[in-house]
Design a protein around this ligand. Structure first.
Ligand code: 5AD
Ligand code: SF4
Length: 466
């Protein structure tokens, strides 16, 4: 353990004492609920928060009536911020009935100064605010919160620190996300992430491999390597390692059966990576490759460093090399100055690549980003173009996904279906979900399933028993 890790271990002990005192005050075992907004990175951060909460003596719960509620926030689009404000109103009512309730806010939204000022003014009942760079000191912050009568605010502008040995409480026993890098250096002009997650920092490959070996010993079968732009992994390490090389190291780990990663930037996707994927038996047949726009003019204004043609060439090369791969994407409609002809180009790419799925977002103006001061597009045009894009996405996705109808494929059984307890939700290597009849004890196992019927983005199927 390094110095900071030892310090935080001590704070976990101190936090235990505070939580014991809190228990005497409220007269029952203290419960805590962590609510995650946003992406896989936040989901992973929440597992770290839960690990610390559990060690500090909290019972973990999914109910916001819990004694301590933590909102791990997202700010990539404004609607994420609005949802947090809306739900804070509801928490306030709960706190009025239960004044001992504690409320903590963390994550990307808290890295924005204007948000913290607004919360101080309008939501004075919040007990603790911290950001993305200092979640490793959550135990210490809990101690500060319990020992203070005022709102505790601790936001760091950036950090070089990567704290390795922290407790985590995984949401799923059979799969796990692993941070391989933090931050982003790309500065796409619409995006707030580089401002709230800081500069790109890669973890040492040895630390990543050690963590995954440990996960494998704990029964994890599927890992998801996480970074804002995994294709630039390793560039800032003393001994440079490429993402393709890292994947090969992870492939060697016994017990790991599936490897996924998120997110790839098209500008950095190497032939080496395509080859490693092609020759791997563990790397899943899925690539998430955000397009954002198909218009060269808009791509330039977005600072994406590729053209429509380059993107199409890359996607088609990947499809040629790995024919059973699913390619999914992110698309933004309504970026400043976007016209109908630009959206026509986006639609053209969607048709040519035939995405298996596309997350389509309406452009959201983020204060402080270069695009915020560009000429904005009127709402009616955006709405009209958004609907046009969505229609084509749905058509191509259905075509791409339905290709496998009738085939037998391996599915990782993930959970009981939320609508029908007789069904399980399984995930195919290509990331498509299949619902099929099966017993709960199959959860965590990889089983063959016949894909009987495609319903657009998902399948219904039948378990193939030997
Ligand atoms: N407005 C709309 N969508 C955005 N994204 C990032 N920033 C914005 C924004 N300001 C989308 C991009 C990215 C995904 C995670 O979120 O498509 O790939
Ligand atoms: Fe945002 Fe672009 Fe970085 Fe992705 S690559 S996090 S869109 S700045």
């Amino acid at each position: 353990m390094n110095k900071e890790e030892l310090i935080q271990q001590e704070y976990i002990e101190k936090a235990r004492a505070y939580v014991a005192e809190y228990k005497r005050l409220i007269g029952h075992e203290p419960s805590s609920c962590v609510v995650t907004f946003g992406c896989q990175m936040n989901a992973r951060d929440s597992e770290k928060l839960c690990g610390i909460l559990e060690q500090a003596g909290f019972i973990l719960s999914n109910d916001e009536n819990a004694d301590l509620v933590v909102y791990n926030t997202c700010t990539v689009r404004d609607n994420a911020n609005q949802r947090v404000y809306g739900r804070l109103g509801a928490l306030h009512s709960m706190k009025k009935k239960n004044p001992n309730k504690k409320i903590a806010l963390c994550g990307c939204m808290m890295q924005e100064e204007s948000v913290v000022t607004f919360i101080r003014e309008k939501y004075g009942f919040v007990d603790l605010i911290f950001g993305t760079h200092n979640i490793f000191k959550f135990a210490e912050l809990l101690c500060d919160m319990f020992s203070s009568d005022e709102m505790v605010v601790d936001i760091w502008k950036d950090t070089d620190e990567i704290v390795e040995e922290l407790p985590t409480k995984r949401k799923f026993p059979y799969k796990s996300g692993i941070n391989i890098m933090f931050g982003c250096n790309n500065f796409c002009t619409y995006c707030i992430v580089p401002y709230v997650r800081g500069r790109e920092r890669s973890r040492e490959p040895e630390d990543i491999v050690r963590e995954i070996k440990k996960l494998s010993c704990d029964g994890v079968k599927e890992v998801m390597l996480l970074g804002q732009n995994v294709n630039s992994y390793g560039k800032n390490l003393d001994k440079e390692v490429t993402f393709a090389q890292l994947l090969q190291m992870v492939e060697q780990i016994d017990g790991i059966e599936r490897i996924r990663f998120m997110t790839s930037h098209p500008k950095d996707l190497s032939d080496d990576l395509i080859n490693v994927m092609k020759n791997s038996t563990k790397i899943c047949r899925h690539l998430h490759l955000p397009l954002q726009s198909g218009s060269d003019r808009i791509l330039k204004a977005m600072n994406r460093h590729y053209t429509k043609e380059k993107y199409i060439d890359l996607a088609l090369k990947i499809r040629r090399e790995i024919p059973d791969i699913a390619i999914t994407t992110d698309i933004i409609v309504g970026f400043p100055t976007e016209e109908d002809v630009d959206v026509d180009d986006t639609i053209d790419v969607i048709k040519k690549v035939g995405f298996d799925n596309a997350f389509t977002f309406i452009y959201s103006k983020r204060t402080g980003t270069p695009a915020a001061s560009m000429e904005q597009v009127d709402e009616a045009t955006v709405k009209r173009n958004f609907d046009r894009v969505l229609k084509v996405v749905q058509e191509t996705a259905r075509n791409a996904v339905s290709k496998y109808e009738g085939m037998i494929m391996d599915a990782l059984c993930e959970e009981v279906n939320e609508h029908d307890p007789g069904l399980l939700n399984g995930r195919l290597s290509n990331n498509t979900i299949v619902h099929f009849a099966g017993e709960k004890d199959l959860i965590g196992q990889i089983v063959p399933v016949r894909l009987t019927e495609c319903h657009g983005f998902y399948y219904t199927g039948e378990l193939c028993r030997n």
